[in-house]
Structures are given as C-alpha cells and as structure tokens.
Design a protein around this ligand. Structure first.
Ligand code: MG
Length: 401
C-alpha cells in the first residue's frame, strides 16, 4: 500500500482587499509544493473563525490522510460535540474546500469533474441593481443588460425602507433604521416601474432580506406575483420557516431561501415539502463543498434548483467553489455574482470571469484559484464594529437586518 499524503500544516490568512474581511485557509501536505485553499469567511466574526481553526481544528487534523475528505468532515463536525454553528461550520469549510482543491490537484481534474462532470459550460449569474429611486434602479438594470446580464436583482436603497419618513420616540438610540410597511409599498412600485421599463425578457429578482413580518411577506409575494420574478429571496427569516406552508399556499411567486442556514433541520423540511424553488446556502456557512453536494443531490430529487449565496462577503475562493458546484449540478438555477475588483483578481489569481452574463471556469485542476499571500498581507483585516446590522424599527426596537 502506498503511503498516504497527509496534512502537515494549516494556515489561516485574513485579508481585506475590498470592503469585506475575508478568511482563507491553506492546507499544506506531506507532498512538496502540494497545498489547497478554502473559504472560511464569516466576515462579521472573522477572528473567532481564525481561533477555531488555529486553536481547535488544526491540532485535531494534523497528520490525517488528505484523501479522506468525507471522514474528516464528519469527524470535524462531531469532534466538538456541540455542532452546526456559523463559526465552526466556516472553520470546517476552510479545511473541506482546501481538501477538495488538493484532491483535484492530485487527480489532475477540476473539482466539477470530481463531483461528476460538467452539466454546462458556464453558469448564469445575477447581479445587483440598486438605486435611490425607481428610475435610478431601472437605469442601472438597463446598464447591466447592455453588459450582457440577463438576471438582475432589483433593490431600492440597499435592502429598502431606510429612507422612509419615520417618527422616532424621544431618546431613540442610534442605528440602521427602516420602515417595513413603507419598504413593501415603495418596492412594489419600483418593481412595477422596472418591469415596465425593461420588458419581460430580462429576469428580475428581489431580496426581502427578512425585513417583513410573516403576514406582510405573504401579502408581498401575492402582490408581486404579476411581475413574474425569477425568484423572491428570504421572504421569511429562518426563525419563521413554519410560515412557508402558508406563503406557498397563497402565491405562485418562486421562492429562494437559505443563506443564513447552518443546520440540516433548516433545509430538510423546505425541500421535502417542496415549499421553496431555489435552495441557496452560503457554502462556507453550511460547512463546505461536502454538505453542499449532499443538499444539491437531495434538492434535485424534489425538483428544487440551486442558487448558492455569492455576495462580496463570500471570498473569491468561495466563489470558485460555488462555480464548481454550479457547473456540475444537473438542476442548477442561477449564481449570485459580486463583480470583483481588479485588485481581487490580483490577490486571487484564477478567480473566474464573466462574459455575456455567464461565469466561466479556468479548467485548472482543483478549485483553479490561489491567493497571492504577499499581496494579501498588504491588506490586513480592519477591526471595526459592523453598523449596517444594527437594524431597528421606527419605534427604536431591534430588528433582524
Ligand atoms: Mg440575500
């Protein structure tokens, strides 16, 4: 029997070339020059993930056989006894994605080939059109269409409702205020206007971002049905998934859900009861490629498509992982895309590129992406307290962001 290739070292690289703090894991092996990279980015708690990897996962994993991805994933998840939290899942993901990268490099195959091979040459992506007014959103959507994008998420002023006239009580604390009722009214007007301006051929998407009370979300999904969205995202918060049966019974608006999920119980019921149309976890938040592959196969059996989470707080390595899953999965829907900066392409050589609204792989073995460590260290993670998630309702009470 040949001697296994083993894990020799695990390194966490924190970097912030753009607005998001990113965590990249590098797994070194016993074979000279052979390493893999993975995304462990939980941007709001980045230093906790770093400690989870360096203080807990690394001592547990050194010396293990790099080929045993599934076993390492299962052992890593159960070893802490308490499991399925965002910090630990992201830490496990960093190692898991790096092991898939290593396996691909050893096999001389891209990860999509390890998963079962390509179902398509490139992945349809959607981009975010934002604006302070409905006219501005329509203009931005049109500009994206001219660049070849066919799927566009439309939002009014970020996640909406923050520019609404609000009467706050005396002594109301500082925070990111929004008005849910006004958000719903103005967003519906905006979607009507954009659809009127851009026509039926472009696919429009919208993210409620769990900003409505459940019954308001039911009303919104009914009201927006006539504009034929490609999907409506996060209509409900994870804590309110019991409302999906009611929502589904009231509206034929396609539903997408999952970016905040980190426990299998959160997605099992939604898939089994066909209560959503697109499952869209954040791959590092659910623990990496290994659990994402399981969910993709499971969802496929129920006719539910994938639309993995892909904003700027997914690292470029995480975006590469998304794309490999997209290319393989027989029932892929659409991929969220954040339009990387030129600097992102320099720090992360191999980052996939978009042409005519399609995201293309580079067909290199493994994930096909790397990190320029010297350049990455020039952009250290800043220490700050996140403000946009300090959300409040008009009377000052705390709300989910
Ligand atoms: Mg979202």
């Amino acid at each position: 029997m040949t001697k296994p290739v083993t894990i020799q070292d695990i390194k966490v690289i924190l970097t912030q070339p753009g607005k998001s703090r990113l965590a990249i894991v590098k797994v070194y092996t016993s074979e000279a020059g052979l390493y893999g990279v993975g995304c462990a980015t939980f941007t709001q708690r980045i230093f906790a993930v770093e400690a989870a990897i360096e203080r807990h996962l690394k001592p547990f994993l050194l010396g293990r056989d790099v080929d045993r991805i599934q076993e390492i994933w299962n052992m890593s998840m159960a070893h802490g006894y308490w499991r399925n939290g965002p910090v630990l899942n992201n830490a496990i993901s960093g190692v898991d994605q790096a092991l898939w990268d290593i396996k691909g490099k050893r096999a001389g195959m891209p990860v999509y080939d390890l998963l079962g091979g390509k179902s398509r040459e490139a992945a349809n992506v959607y981009v975010h059109a934002d604006g302070r007014s409905k006219e501005e959103v329509a203009d931005n959507a049109r500009a994206y269409m001219e660049q070849g994008y066919r799927f566009i998420r439309v939002q009014l002023g970020g996640y909406g409702g923050k520019d609404s006239p609000m009467v706050k009580p005396k002594g109301a604390p500082a925070g990111a205020y929004f008005d849910p009722r006004d958000y719903a009214r103005r967003t519906l007007e905006m979607i009507a206007h954009v659809r009127d301006q851009v026509g039926e051929r472009v696919e429009l998407l919208h993210d409620i971002h769990e900003r409505l009370a459940p019954i308001q979300a039911v009303q919104f999904a009914k009201d927006v049905e006539r504009f034929k969205l490609f999907f409506l995202e996060d209509a409900l918060a994870p804590e309110d998934i019991g409302w999906f049966r009611i929502l589904r019974g009231q509206s034929a608006t396609p539903l997408a859900m999952g970016e905040l999920f980190n426990n299998p119980l959160e997605w099992q019921l939604l898939i089994q009861e066909r209560l959503i149309d697109f499952i869209r976890m954040h791959i590092s938040q659910m623990g990496g490629i290994t659990p994402a592959r399981d969910v993709a196969i499971f969802a496929n059996m129920y006719g539910i498509r994938t639309a993995w989470h892909g904003p700027s707080d997914t690292s470029p390595v995480g975006h590469a992982a998304n794309l490999h899953l997209d290319l393989w999965h027989p029932n892929f829907g659409v991929q969220e895309w954040y339009r990387p900066s030129e600097l992102d392409y320099e720090v992360f050589p191999g980052l996939p590129v978009v042409e005519d609204g399609y995201l293309y792989p580079n067909d290199m073995p493994g994930l096909g992406i790397d990190i320029d460590e010297d350049l990455a260290t020039k952009f250290p993670c800043q220490e700050f307290v996140e403000r946009w998630t300090q959300t409040r309702l008009p009377d000052g009470s705390p709300a989910r962001p």
